[in-house]
Ligand binder design. Structure first.
Ligand SMILES: Nc1nc2c(ncn2[C@@H]2O[C@H](COP(=O)(O)OP(=O)(O)O)[C@@H](O)[C@H]2O)c(=O)[nH]1
Ligand SMILES: [Mg+2]
Length: 201
């Protein structure tokens, strides 16, 4: 049984610089991954709201860090997606700096929901982020997203590949198959968020 009603989550604020965050208390769990990996869709599925986080086929150029409140003192955070190929390098660097400084400095950050498209996991920038998370001791929960795009046997193969690669340097590897379209993995995601909330509240 879920101890938190995720359906009551609401939008709090967006910021474009870490220094603009004026919420100093509570627990934050950030959703991180490549642009187009399914972050916004996952937040919408988690909260059972169609438009809470914006989903798009073509990511905007002025992406922000978006904060949503689940319950008092518990927030989920939609980070800008990294690695969007078509945007100018200056914008890319700005996003990357924003994500980097958030991960490095945010005291409220207690966990990362790490999203990777199951068809193309562990790309260069994913590995970079995993290293920062390890360095900062931020626990990760990995979602292999859009699993509906593969057959069950292909899903298993991808799962094993990612598991084997991460096992080498992670003490505990937590990975789930996920699909916002087919509603796969949402309960597992809620359970992990509940665990983090219970641990740090
Ligand atoms: N097949 C499939 N497509 C998805 C799923 N989740 C998201 N998408 C699609 O992937 C694209 C990017 O999704 P979005 O949530 O905006 O990704 P974000 O950039 O990481 O926030 C959109 O076209 C979504 O419709 C999923 O579970 N299955
Ligand atoms: Mg998004």
């Amino acid at each position: 049984m879920s101890i938190i009603n995720y359906n009551k989550t609401f939008f709090l604020k967006s910021i474009s610089q870490v220094s603009d965050i004026n919420i100093g208390h509570g627990i934050e769990i950030a959703f991180i991954g490549y642009s187009n990996s399914g972050k916004s869709s996952a937040i919408n599925s988690l909260t059972n709201k169609k438009k809470l986080a914006r989903c798009s086929k073509t990511p905007g150029r002025t992406q922000l860090i978006n904060f949503f409140q689940v319950v008092s003192n518990f927030r989920i955070v939609d980070l800008p997606g990294y690695g969007y190929a078509k945007c100018p390098i200056s914008i890319k660097l700005k996003w990357e700096k924003l994500i980097y400084s958030y991960l490095k400095t945010r005291k409220s950050l207690k966990g990362l929901v790490f999203l990777m498209d199951i068809r193309n996991p562990l790309k260069v920038y994913d590995q970079y982020i995993i290293n920062i998370a390890l360095d900062q001791n931020i626990p990760m929960f990995i979602l292999l997203t859009k699993c509906d795009k593969l057959t069950l046997s292909q899903q298993k193969i991808q799962f094993q590949i990612v598991y084997a690669k991460l096992k080498v340097f992670l003490q505990e590897v937590k990975i789930e198959l996920f699909s916002s379209f087919k509603k796969i993995g949402i309960k597992k995601l809620q359970s992990q968020l509940n665990i983090w909330y219970q641990m740090y509240k």
